[in-house]
Ligand binder design. Structure first.
Ligand SMILES: [Zn+2]
Length: 478
């Protein structure tokens, strides 16, 4: 790979921006551009991204919170109600649906990108990202995710590489730009090749390199809670962090815990303000696995994290902008009316989702990923029976789903990632009427909830590249 593409410095990006502007104006003729009305730049910016979280995920979590826990959601009840709501299209330049790399590039750089590309526009041009603008303005910046730190969504906010799998180049870029806060999983790419758990191809000790630049390195919840100022690199797992439903709550921090630490670090003795990018990846991963219980648990924790930003906004309402959005919908999820079984299509054999179904979902205490791992690659009938008895006692596994698990066979063309998880997901769907259309991304538009300085500029129906352009304009006071 040419060195030019491996890591592009901010200076180089700045140099290319002029030639790019003309090529990025008309992005999506079917949706209108957001209005651009100049306003003062916010001093504090929170961008919350719920990866894979579409409108159905938000609504099902809202209904779950309301009926099961008798609680509201910050996103719907505070951010949307007191601020503004927009709808955003998410397709990639070369596909009607998107991946996280192309979508995050649009959000961060304000241009359409091809699937797999990070911080590089589909026309081959490169523009500074919104976070690079923030850094240049002297703001502190933070990247937080419960995925790997080098995953596409956080990486697209500061990196410019043609392929999202160029992990070493992404980490090199972090080291070069020095974000004040880096919290997430993915320690495997930070360890030298000879160390246990490493997936690097070289002997570079990246953690030592970060420490040399003044970073504090933390590895668990207690260390994170004790840290309050200075640059911080938190690596809490070798790969992705665990689902909220499976998390060891004494050791691994949640997205809420990481957000609280991020605000402490970014706000401490800081007259220049900050830009925090905070992502919950697990809503996407759970949806790829058709796992509604894991999805809801993670979405609820994400909403609590947004609540911390809302509390911050209440202290600094004239200087803060909170944005909550998604890169795409995953799963084509929704409560529906379905047949109780395939014996008849008559009305007395139909059922619609009810509050009781939400309570059935509440009874599930492990992720389908964990259930699948318990059964392994060659599940036995006895192991399946034990799993049902120990973890899904309120559900009945229909013969077709049991056969699919034992044969590790996809149920249909849109369910193909983990046959065990999908069969269990369909078992839960057939008992609750909450069905998945697919185990992958869809082109459903996603919501943009905005509150604070400049929030009104995110209402309407627009494209994700327009979101990026708008955010860059706001940050520059345009
Ligand atoms: Zn995904």
């Amino acid at each position: 790979m040419p060195k030019f593409f491996r890591v592009m410095s901010l200076a180089l990006v700045e140099a290319t921006v002029v030639m790019v502007i003309a090529g990025c104006v008309v992005l999506n003729p079917s949706t209108r551009q957001i209005q651009t009305v100049a306003s003062p730049a916010p001093k504090y910016v929170f961008l919350f991204l719920v990866d894979g979280g579409g409108i159905p995920h938000l609504e099902i979590t809202r209904q779950y919170n309301r009926h099961v826990h008798h609680e509201g959601l910050v996103i719907t009840d505070k951010i949307m109600r007191e601020g503004s709501v927009g709808l955003m299209t998410t397709h990639a330049a070369n596909s009607l649906s998107t991946d996280s790399a192309a979508a995050a590039t649009a959000l961060a750089s304000g241009c359409k990108a091809n699937i797999g590309a990070l911080g590089m526009c589909a026309d081959g041009s490169v523009t500074p990202t919104v976070m690079e603008h923030a850094k240049q303005r002297g703001m502190r910046i933070g990247l937080v995710t419960n995925s790997t730190l080098y995953d596409a969504s956080p990486a697209a906010f500061v990196c410019h590489v043609p392929n999202r799998r160029h992990y070493a180049a992404i980490i090199d870029r972090y080291l070069e730009l020095e974000p004040d806060v880096l919290l997430g999983g993915g320690k495997d790419q930070f360890l030298p090749k000879s160390r246990p758990g490493s997936r690097r191809r070289d002997e570079a000790d990246v953690i030592a390199a970060f420490k040399k630049k003044g970073y504090r390195n933390v590895t668990n919840k207690q260390e994170l809670e004790r840290s309050s100022h200075g640059k911080i690199l938190g690596l809490f797992s070798l790969k992705e962090m665990r689902f909220e439903i499976d998390r060891d709550k004494d050791i691994e921090p949640s997205i809420y815990d990481m957000t609280r630490a991020t605000i402490r670090h970014l706000h401490d003795d800081n007259p220049q303000g900050f830009f925090a990018f905070i992502e919950n990846e697990n809503v996407d991963t759970a949806s790829h696995l058709t796992d509604i219980a894991a999805m809801i648990h993670d979405y609820r924790e994400f909403d609590r994290a947004v609540g911390l930003a809302y509390e911050f906004y209440k202290k600094y309402p004239r200087e803060t902008l909170i944005l909550v959005t998604s890169d795409h919908e995953t799963g084509g999820l929704g409560f529906t009316m379905a047949l109780k079984d395939l014996g008849s299509v008559k009305s007395d054999n139909q059922a619609a989702g009810t509050v009781e179904d939400l309570k059935k979902i509440q009874s599930i205490a492990i992720s389908l990923q964990k259930a699948s791992q318990m059964l392994g690659r060659k599940p036995t009938a006895e192991a399946v029976e034990n799993l049902m008895r120990d973890h899904f006692s309120g559900f009945t596994l229909a013969p077709e789903f049991k056969e699919a698990i034992l044969a590790r066979r996809p149920l249909w063309r849109t369910l193909f990632i983990d046959p065990t998880a999908h069969a269990l997901g369909m078992m839960i769907a057939s008992a609750t009427q909450a069905y998945w259309q697919t185990s992958s991304h869809t082109n459903h538009p996603v919501t943009v909830a905005a509150l604070g300085l400049g929030a009104e500029r995110f209402s309407g129906y627009y494209d994700n590249a327009d979101f990026g352009k708008q955010l860059i304009a706001i940050l520059n006071g345009n």
